[in-house]
Design a protein around this ligand. Structure first.
Ligand SMILES: Nc1ncnc2c1ncn2[C@@H]1O[C@H](COP(=O)(O)OP(=O)(O)OP(=O)(O)O)[C@@H](O)[C@H]1O
Ligand SMILES: [Mg+2]
Length: 1001
C-alpha cells in the first residue's frame, strides 16, 4: 500500500443509511450485501487512487490527495450502488461527507479537526446524498475543468459538535445515481414542525430577525421577551424558518400558551416532537434521552405562565442534549444560566413633522407600524390606500397604539366600518373599540383587553396593585416616584414588572436619572383597573403630592445660578407628570395647584411656555382665590400672591401692561400684612417695569426706588438686583446713560450665587444694552456673547432671543451685515416660537435698520411702520435713543423713495398684523434675503388661489377664511394643500413668505 497523503488531504466518510434496519430485514443475507457494497466501493477507491484508512462495519474512511478525485470516487460509488441489483427490500443507500483540510498521517491513521469535520458532514447527509464542504468545493472550482458533476450550494448548516455552521454543497450529477434534485440554497430550510403556515404577511423586523439568528449562533438558549402582542411568536416563527436548515433535524415549535399545568410542560414538548415516553422514564427524561441524539432548534412559545416549569426543562435539556438549541418566547426571561435575552421592541413608528402636505404624508407612510396597518386594512377593504390626508392619521393612530402589532391588527380590522379618522377619535376607549379580533386567533389575542389581562393575571395581588397604581404616571417615572405613589413595596414590584415586560426598562432622562415607562395601552388598562379598584382619587392625590415636592425642590434650585441647569433638566424630565398633576390639582386640590403652578413658572418662562403658563397660573389662582376660602389666612396665601406675581410677569412679557399692573397690585395686597415678603419686592419691581413701558417714567422710578429700599431692608438679593435694573432702565428712558450704567453696574455686583441664573442673564443683557447706547461696543459685545452662550447652555429661550437681537444690532454697527441678518433671523424665529411679543416688536425695529444698511429702503420703512404701529397698539413708548437713531436713515429712505413710494411702504407696515410683519422680517433676514425678489411658485396659481394665499398671509385663520368664502373647512384645507403642492411649499408660513415676497400683502 502506498503511503497515506499528507498536507492538504481530502477525506471521504461514508456509511449505509438505516443499516440496523437493513440488517433486521435481510438477516443472513446482510453480510453478502455488505460485501457487495465494499467491493463496489473499493473498486472506485482504486480507480481514483484513494487510500482506505479505515473500514468499520458499513462505514468507509478514505483519504485522497486530490479533492476532485475524492468527489469522483463518491460519484462512482453512488452510480455503482444505484446500478447494482440488490435483494428486494435490501436497497443500499449510502451517505457520504467530503472535506479537505490539513492533516499528517500517524501510524496509518489520521486525527484532528479536519477528520472530525468530514465525519460530521457525513452524518448530516441523507441516504444517497454526498455532501461536500466549502473547502473541498473551493479546490475543485479552481481546477476549472469539464466536470461531469456539479456542486449545488446548500447554504450554511449547523453540524453536531461544531461551534459554527458550515457551508455545504451537494453533489449533483446525471446518471442512475443522481440524487433527487435539490432545492436552491434559499429553500433548503427545513419546514418548522408545529408551525401553521402564515396566513398574513410578515412585516419589517429585518434587524430583529438578524440579531436573534445571530444570538442563536453563539448561545444555546435565547429568549425573546416583550409585552403581549408585540410580535414575539411571529418573530420566533420567522427566525425558526430561517434557521431550521442549519439544524440536521430542523426546528420544532411548541405552543405552550394552552398548557395550564406546569407539570405537563415536558409532555407537551415531547408530543410536539413526536417523542413517545420511554417506559421507566419520566416525560422529561424520555425527552432528554431522545433529544440527545438530535440536532434540533426547539421553539418554546409563550412560556410566561409556566415560566418555572419551562426554565426547569431548559436547565435539564441543555446539558443532556448538547446539540439542541432553544428559542423561547415569554413576557419575562427564564433566568437559566447562559440564557441570552432579546427584548423585542414594538414596530417602528415614524415621527411626524407637523408640516402637513405631501411631504408629511410621505414621511408618515414610512415605518413598519404603518405598513402593518395598511397591509391588514387591505384584508378587510382591498381598496384601502394611504393618501395625503389619511397617512398622517394612520401614523398618529399606530403611534397611539405604541406600534404594537396586535393592537394595530385589531384596529385595522375595524377600518372598513369606521374609517381611519373615527378610529383615531375613538382610541380613548381603545378596549371597547378593539374588542373583536380574528376568531381563529388565541383567546387572549382576540381583544386588546384580553391580551393585557393575560399578563395582568400572571401577577401577584401586590404586583397588580403596584401596576395599576403606576398607570397614573402619564410619562416616564423614577423608582423614587413609583415609591411615592405606590408605596415602599413598589420598588421590588417595578423590577419584576420590567422583567415581565409590563414596564419598559429604565432609560436616562434629560436630567440623567433613570426612568421607567409604561406603554400607552398598558397604562390605559392599568387606569381602568385603578378606577375599578376605587383607588384612583387617592393615587392621583399622591401623584400631585409627589409633583409638588419635586417642583418645590427644583424651584429652590431655579433660584440660584449654580442649581438652575440641574433643576430645569429635572423638570424637563418630569414634564408629563407635572402637567398631569397640575391638571388634576386644578380640579381637585386647588391648594396644591396654587403652590405647584408658581413653582413651575420660572421654568415655563425659560422654556418659552408663556401662553400656556399664563393660562395655568390663572386657573390655579382663580381656584384658590383668598376670598373664596373660608379661612383667609391659610399658608397658601403666600402661594396665591406668588401666583399673581408670575401672572403679572407673564402678562408683561405678552405686552398686556395694564393686566400686569392689576396682577402685581393683587400680589402686593395679598402680602400687605407682611412687609418682609419677597413677593412685595418682586411685585413692586414688576410694577416699575410695566410703568416704564407705558411711558410713566416718574412713577416707574419711584416704584423702583421703593423696591430697592424694601429689598435692602429685607436682605433679598434677587429683589435688590431687579430693583437696581429697574432704576437703570428708568434712567435709560430718561436719557441719562451715565446713571443707567451706574445702576446696572451695581446690579451686577449683587452676589451672583444668591440670584437665579435667568435673572443674572437679564442683568448682563441690560448692561450690554446700555453699553451699546453709550457707544462702548466692545464691552457690550463681550457681555452679550458670554450671555448668549450661557443662555444656550441653560436652554433659556427668552435670554437667547434677547441676546441675539442685541448681537444683531452690534453686528450692524460693526458693518458685519450677514452676521446681523443671521442673528436677527434666529432671534425672530425664537421669539415667534415662544410668543414673546415684546421681543418680536423690538426685532422689527432692528430689521428696519438692517434693511436701511443694505439700501432696501421700502422694506426699512415698512418694518419701522409695523414696529411703531405695534408699540402704539400696546400703549408703549419708544426709548428716546431708539427714535432718534431712526431719524437719519428715515430721511435718506424718503429721499430715495420719493413721497408716494414712502407712503405706500409705510401704509403696508401699518396695516400688517404683527404676525405678518414678523414673517416679513424673517424673510428679509433669511439666508437668501440678498437675492433678487422672485415669487417662485405663485405664478403657477390661479387668481382665486392667489386670493386665498393673501387671506392666509393676512393672518386669518382657516375658520375665518372658510366663513368668508362660504366653504367648509375641509374643502378649504384641501384647496390649501393643492396650493401648497403647486407652489412647492410644505408649511403655511412658507406660503405667507411667498405672498410677502410677491408683495401681495
Ligand atoms: N412583524 C410582524 N408582521 C406581521 N404581523 C405581525 C408582526 N408581528 C406581530 N404580528 C401579528 O401581531 C399579532 C400578535 O403577534 P404575536 O402573537 O407574535 O405576539 P406575542 O408577542 O407573541 O403575543 P403574546 O404575548 O400574546 O403571545 C399576531 O397576529 C401577529 O401575526
Ligand atoms: Mg406569543
Amino acid at each position: 500500500m502506498t503511503e497515506l497523503p499528507s498536507g492538504a488531504v481530502t477525506f471521504l466518510f461514508s456509511d449505509i443509511e438505516g443499516s440496523t434496519r437493513l440488517l433486521k430485514t435481510l438477516r443472513d443475507r446482510y453480510p453478502q450485501v455488505l460485501a457487495d457494497h465494499r467491493e463496489l466501493f473499493r473498486a472506485a477507491i482504486a480507480r481514483q487512487a484513494g487510500h482506505e484508512v479505515n473500514t468499520e462495519g458499513d462505514a468507509f474512511f478514505v483519504a485522497f490527495d486530490s479533492a476532485k478525485r475524492a468527489v469522483l470516487c463518491a460519484l462512482e460509488v453512488q452510480q455503482a450502488l444505484a446500478a447494482h441489483e440488490w435483494p428486494e427490500s435490501g436497497q443500499v443507500r449510502v451517505r457520504m461527507g467530503i472535506h479537505t483540510g490539513h492533516a499528517v498521517p500517524d501510524q496509518g491513521d489520521y486525527t484532528g479537526m479536519a477528520v472530525h469535520r468530514a465525519a460530521r458532514i457525513c452524518s448530516a447527509a441523507r441516504g444517497g446524498q454526498v455532501l461536500v464542504s466549502a473547502a473541498t468545493q473551493n479546490l475543485i472550482e479552481d481546477e476549472e475543468e469539464d466536470l461531469e458533476f456539479t456542486l449545488v450550494d446548500l447554504g450554511e448548516r449547523r453540524l453536531k459538535d461544531l461551534d459554527r455552521p458550515v457551508r455545504l454543497f451537494e453533489l449533483d450529477a446525471p446518471g442512475p445515481s443522481a440524487p433527487a434534485p435539490v432545492a436552491p440554497a434559499a429553500d433548503v430550510s427545513r419546514a418548522v414542525r408545529g408551525l401553521a403556515p402564515a396566513l398574513t404577511t410578515f412585516v419589517g423586523r429585518a434587524g430583529a430577525v438578524e440579531e436573534v439568528c445571530g444570538l442563536l449562533e453563539s448561545r444555546r438558549l435565547v429568549t425573546v421577551t416583550g409585552p403581549g402582542g408585540v410580535g414575539k411568536t411571529r418573530l420566533a416563527a420567522e427566525v425558526a424558518r430561517r434557521a431550521a436548515g442549519r439544524f440536521a433535524d430542523g426546528a420544532c415549535l411548541v405552543e405552550l400558551a394552552a398548557v395550564q399545568e406546569p407539570a405537563l410542560v415536558p409532555a407537551a414538548v415531547a408530543a410536539a416532537l413526536d417523542i413517545p415516553q420511554t417506559s421507566g422514564l419520566s416525560a422529561a427524561g424520555s425527552l432528554a434521552a431522545a433529544l440527545a441524539r438530535q440536532q434540533v432548534l426547539l421553539v418554546l412559545d409563550n412560556c410566561e405562565h409556566i415560566i418555572a416549569a419551562a426554565a426547569d426543562l431548559c436547565e435539564m435539556l441543555l446539558p443532556a442534549a448538547d446539540d439542541v438549541r432553544i428559542l423561547a418566547t415569554s413576557q419575562e426571561p427564564l433566568r437559566v444560566s447562559g440564557e441570552a435575552r432579546y427584548r423585542l421592541p414594538p414596530l417602528a413608528v415614524s415621527g411626524l413633522s407637523g408640516s402637513g402636505g405631501p411631504a408629511e404624508a410621505a414621511q408618515a407612510a414610512q415605518g413598519e407600524a404603518v405598513s402593518l396597518f395598511v397591509d391588514r386594512a387591505r384584508r378587510v377593504d382591498p381598496h384601502f390606500a394611504l393618501d395625503s390626508e389619511s397617512a398622517p392619521v394612520v401614523a398618529r393612530l399606530v403611534a397611539r397604539l405604541d406600534g404594537m402589532p396586535l393592537a394595530i391588527e385589531l384596529a385595522a380590522a375595524r377600518v372598513e366600518a369606521l374609517g381611519v379618522e373615527q378610529l383615531l377619535d375613538r382610541l380613548d376607549d381603545r378596549f371597547a373599540l378593539l374588542a373583536s379580533g380574528d376568531r381563529r386567533a388565541a383567546a387572549r389575542q382576540r381583544s386588546l383587553a384580553a391580551a393585557v389581562d393575560w399578563s395582568y393575571q400572571l401577577l401577584t395581588g401586590e404586583e397588580q396593585q403596584v401596576f395599576r397604581q403606576l398607570s397614573v404616571f402619564p410619562g416616564p417615572f423614577t423608582l423614587e416616584a413609583s415609591k411615592a405613589v405606590a408605596g415602599p413595596g413598589a420598588e421590588a414590584a417595578v423590577l419584576h414588572l420590567v422583567d415581565c415586560s409590563l414596564i419598559s426598562p429604565p432609560r436616562p432622562g434629560p436630567d440623567g436619572r433613570s426612568r421607567y415607562l409604561m406603554l400607552e395601552t398598558l397604562r390605559a388598562f392599568g387606569a381602568s383597573r385603578l378606577a375599578e379598584a376605587g383607588e384612583q382619587p387617592a393615587v392621583a392625590a399622591k401623584l400631585a403630592g409627589y409633583a409638588l415636592q419635586v417642583a418645590e425642590q427644583t424651584a429652590a434650585g431655579l433660584q440660584t445660578s449654580a442649581g438652575e441647569l440641574a433643576a430645569a433638566r429635572w423638570l424637563d424630565a418630569e414634564d408629563a407628570t407635572m402637567q398631569q398633576a397640575l391638571a388634576w390639582a386644578l380640579e381637585h386640590q386647588p391648594s396644591v395647584a396654587v403652590r405647584l403652578a408658581p413653582a413651575l413658572a420660572p421654568w415655563w418662562i425659560t422654556r418659552g411656555r408663556t401662553t400656556t403658563g399664563y393660562a395655568l397660573l390663572r386657573a390655579a389662582a382663580e381656584h384658590a382665590e383668598p376670598a373664596s376660602r373660608a379661612e383667609p389666612a391659610e399658608p397658601a396665601d403666600d402661594a396665591w400672591a406668588t401666583a399673581q406675581y408670575w401672572l403679572g410677569y407673564l402678562a408683561n412679557l405678552a405686552g398686556d401692561f395694564l393686566g400686569a399692573l392689576k396682577h402685581y397690585a393683587l400680589a402686593i395686597k395679598a402680602v400687605a400684612d407682611d412687609p418682609r415678603s419677597p413677593v412685595l419686592v418682586d411685585a413692586t419691581s414688576g410694577r416699575a417695569n410695566c410703568l416704564l413701558r407705558l411711558g410713566r417714567n416718574a412713577e416707574a422710578a419711584e416704584e423702583a426706588g421703593q423696591a430697592a429700599a424694601l429689598a435692602r431692608t429685607t436682605g433679598y438679593p434677587p429683589g435688590q438686583a431687579r430693583a437696581l435694573m429697574d432704576l437703570s432702565a428708568a434712567a435709560q428712558h430718561a436719557g441719562d446713560g451715565d446713571k443707567a450704567l451706574q445702576w446696572a453696574r451695581q446690579a451686577t455686583r449683587v452676589d451672583a450665587h444668591a440670584i437665579p441664573g435667568w435673572l443674572a442673564r437679564q442683568i448682563n443683557h441690560g448692561l450690554a444694552d446700555i453699553l451699546l447706547d453709550m457707544g462702548d461696543l466692545a464691552a457690550a459685545e463681550d457681555s452679550c456673547v458670554t450671555e448668549l452662550d450661557r443662555a444656550r447652555q441653560a436652554g433659556d429661550l427668552h435670554s437667547q432671543a434677547s441676546c441675539l437681537d442685541l448681537l444683531a444690532e452690534l453686528d450692524q454697527r460693526a458693518r458685519r451685515l450677514p452676521e446681523a441678518a443671521r442673528h436677527l433671523n434666529e432671534a425672530l424665529e425664537i421669539s415667534i416660537r415662544i410668543g414673546s411679543l415684546l421681543r418680536v416688536i423690538a426685532c422689527l425695529n432692528n430689521c428696519g435698520h438692517l434693511c436701511a444698511a443694505t439700501q432696501r429702503w421700502a422694506d426699512a420703512v415698512t418694518m419701522w411702520a409695523a414696529h411703531i404701529a405695534a408699540l402704539k397698539e400696546l400703549g408703549m413708548t419708544d426709548l428716546p435713543a431708539a427714535a432718534s437713531r431712526r431719524e437719519e436713515p428715515l430721511r435718506t429712505a424718503h429721499e430715495a423713495l420719493g413721497p408716494d413710494r414712502t407712503r405706500a411702504a409705510e401704509k403696508r407696515g401699518q396695516e400688517m398684523t404683527l404676525a405678518t410683519a414678523a414673517e416679513l422680517a424673517i424673510l428679509l433676514t433669511g439666508a437668501d434675503s440678498g437675492s433678487p425678489r422672485v415669487a417662485p411658485g405663485l405664478d403657477k396659481l390661479s387668481l382665486r388661489e392667489r386670493g386665498l394665499v393673501v387671506l392666509v398671509a393676512q393672518g386669518r385663520t382657516n375658520a375665518e377664511i372658510a366663513g368668508q368664502l362660504h366653504l367648509s373647512e375641509g374643502t378649504l384645507r384641501s384647496r390649501l394643500d393643492q396650493i401648497r403642492d403647486k407652489a412647492g411649499c410644505s408649511r403655511r408660513t412658507d406660503l405667507i413668505g411667498l405672498a410677502l415676497q410677491a408683495g401681495l400683502v
